[in-house]
Design a protein around this ligand. Structure first.
Ligand SMILES: Cc1cc2nc3c(=O)[nH]c(=O)nc-3n(C[C@H](O)[C@H](O)[C@H](O)COP(=O)(O)O)c2cc1C
Length: 395
C-alpha cells in the first residue's frame, strides 16, 4: 500500500462532538482549544486550557480486579512505571519569551514517518481493548481519526485490522510480536498491509521465555470477544535475533519501526537492520522493575546520535506521557513524537469513543498551549535548549 493513500483531516478540534454528560467529560470539553489560535485568544482562555485530568473516581472500577490490574498496572512493584513518570517530571521546560510577536500563530501540526498528523502523537499498541469497553479498538480508532493522529493496532487486538483500517481518515500502524513460525509472522504482516496499514511496529522487549509479571497472565476476554489475529495461546518466537529482524524489515513492503529500544547501541543495530524508526520504550514498566526510564533512554540516544559518525533514524517514545508538557519534553530530547497508552485506555473504559476523543483533544490542546508558552510556533521548533534537568531531579 503506497504511503499517502489516507485522506487528510482537519487539525481543528471539533467542539460540537463534546456532548458527554459526566462531570469529567464536561470539564475536559470546556478546556478544549483549537490547536491553531492566536496567543491573545489563548491568553484569555489560559486558565481553562490546561487539562487537569485528575480523576476522583476509577474508570476501571466496574471491572474484575485482575482485569483492572492488567489494564492499568506495571509489573511487580510498579517501580519502572513510576520511574518513567518521575524522570519526566525532573526534566524542566525553559520558555523563550516574546518569540511569537512577528507571526503570533501556533500550530500542533507535525509529521510522523513523513506523514502529516494533527499533533506529534499516536495511540500506543494495547492488547484486548474490549476488556475496557465493548467497542474496544473501534472506539479508539474512531476517536483517533477524528482528532487526526495515527493508531498502532496491537497484534493481540480484539478487533480485526480490516475493521480498523476501514475507519475513514485513520492512519493505522500494525504492531507485531514475532510468532514461533516465521511464516505466520509474514502472513499477519501481509494481511495488515493488504488491509491498509501504512507501517509495522515490531515489539522486541518481551523476554523470549514469555515470563512477565503483569502482562503474561491469562486474561479471560468478555463473552463474544476473541483475539482477531491469533488463537488464545499463540506460540511466540523464542529465538528471534537481529538477523531475523533484518529479514523481516527487508521483506515488509512498508516502513518498520522497532519498539522497545532503550540502549543506544541497540538503536544503531536497528538502523543497520533497516528500521524506519525506533520506539524508545520500557513497555510502560510492564516487563521488569529497575529499568531505565524511557525519557532517560531517549536522552542517552539523543546524545549518542549527536556523535559524529553515527546514523540516526526517527524516534518516538512512550511511557507515562500524559500532558502537553510531556510531549514537548520528548520532542526536546529528539523524539519525532510520542505514543500514548493507558491514558487512552482509561478514557475508553470511562466513556468509549467520546471520552477517548475528549482525552485526545484535550492533550492536543495542551500541546498547543505548551508550545505557545514555550515560544515555539510548531513541534518542529522545539529544541534541546527548551529543557534542562531540574535541580529537584537527578542531575
Ligand atoms: C493493557 C496494555 C496492553 C498492552 N499491549 C501491548 C501490545 O500488545 N503490544 C505492545 O507493543 N505494547 C503493549 N503495551 C505497551 C504500550 O504499547 C506502551 O508501551 C505502554 O503502555 C507505555 O505507555 P503508557 O505509560 O502511556 O501506558 C500494552 C500496554 C497496556 C497498558
Amino acid at each position: 500500500m503506497p504511503l499517502g493513500h489516507h485522506r487528510r483531516r482537519s487539525h481543528f478540534v471539533n467542539l460540537s462532538h463534546n456532548t458527554a454528560a459526566t462531570t469529567y467529560d464536561r470539564a475536559v470539553a470546556n478546556r478544549l482549544t483549537p490547536p491553531s489560535v492566536r496567543p491573545r485568544a489563548l491568553s484569555r482562555r489560559r486558565r481553562s486550557v490546561v487539562p487537569r485530568t485528575t480523576l476522583t473516581d476509577d474508570p476501571f472500577g466496574h471491572l474484575d480486579d485482575h482485569v483492572r490490574r492488567y489494564l492499568t498496572e506495571g509489573t511487580a512493584n510498579g517501580e519502572t512505571d513510576r520511574h518513567n513518570r518521575r524522570a519526566l517530571d525532573a526534566l524542566r521546560v525553559v520558555p523563550r519569551v516574546l518569540e511569537l510577536a512577528a507571526a503570533p500563530v501556533v500550530s500542533t501540526a507535525a509529521h510522523l514517518l513523513g506523514r502529516p498528523v494533527a499533533a506529534p502523537l499516536a495511540i500506543a499498541p494495547m492488547a484486548a481493548q474490549r476488556l475496557a469497553h465493548p467497542d474496544g479498538e473501534l472506539a479508539v480508532a474512531r476517536a483517533a481519526a477524528r482528532v487526526g493522529v495515527p493508531m498502532v493496532l496491537s497484534l493481540s487486538s480484539t478487533t480485526p485490522v480490516e475493521t480498523i483500517c476501514d475507519v475513514a481518515g485513520l492512519e493505522v500502524w500494525f504492531q507485531v510480536y514475532p510468532f514461533a513460525d516465521a511464516g505466520e509472522t509474514d502472513a499477519v504482516i501481509s494481511r495488515a498491509i493488504a488491509a491498509g496499514a501504512s507501517a509495522v511496529v515490531l515489539t522486541v522487549d518481551l523476554p523470549p521465555t514469555g515470563q512477565t509479571v503483569a502482562i503474561g497472565r491469562a486474561i479471560e476476554l468478555p463473552p463474544g470477544a476473541g483475539y482477531a489475529h491469533h488463537g488464545p495461546a499463540p506460540a511466540m518466537a523464542t529465538a528471534f535475533g537481529w538477523g531475523d529482524l533484518a529479514r523481516l524489515i527487508a521483506a515488509a513492503e512498508v516502513p518498520v519501526l522497532v519498539k522497545g529500544i532503550t540502549h543506544p547501541l541497540d538503536a544503531d543495530r536497528a538502523v543497520a537492520a533497516g528500521a524506519a524508526g525506533v520506539i524508545v520504550s520500557n513497555h510502560g514498566g510492564r516487563v521488569l522493575d529497575g529499568l531505565i526510564a524511557a525519557i532517560d533512554a531517549l536522552d542517552d540516544l539523543d546524545r549518542h546520535w549527536r556523535t559524529p559518525g553515527t546514523v540516526a533514524c526517527p524516534r518516538l517514545v512512550d511511557g507515562s506521557i500524559r500532558t502537553g508538557v510531556d510531549v514537548i519534553r520528548a520532542l526536546a530530547l529528539g523524539a519525532e513524537g510520542v505514543l500514548v497508552g493507558r491514558t487512552v485506555l482509561q478514557a475508553l473504559a470511562r466513556g468509549g469513543e467520546e471520552a477517548v476523543f475528549d482525552r485526545l483533544s484535550a492533550l492536543v490542546a495542551d500541546v498547543h498551549h505548551t508550545l505557545a508558552v514555550l515560544g515555539a510556533r510548531s513541534p518542529a521548533a522545539v529544541e534541546r535548549e527548551h529543557v534542562r534537568w531540574g535541580s529537584a531531579g537527578r542531575r
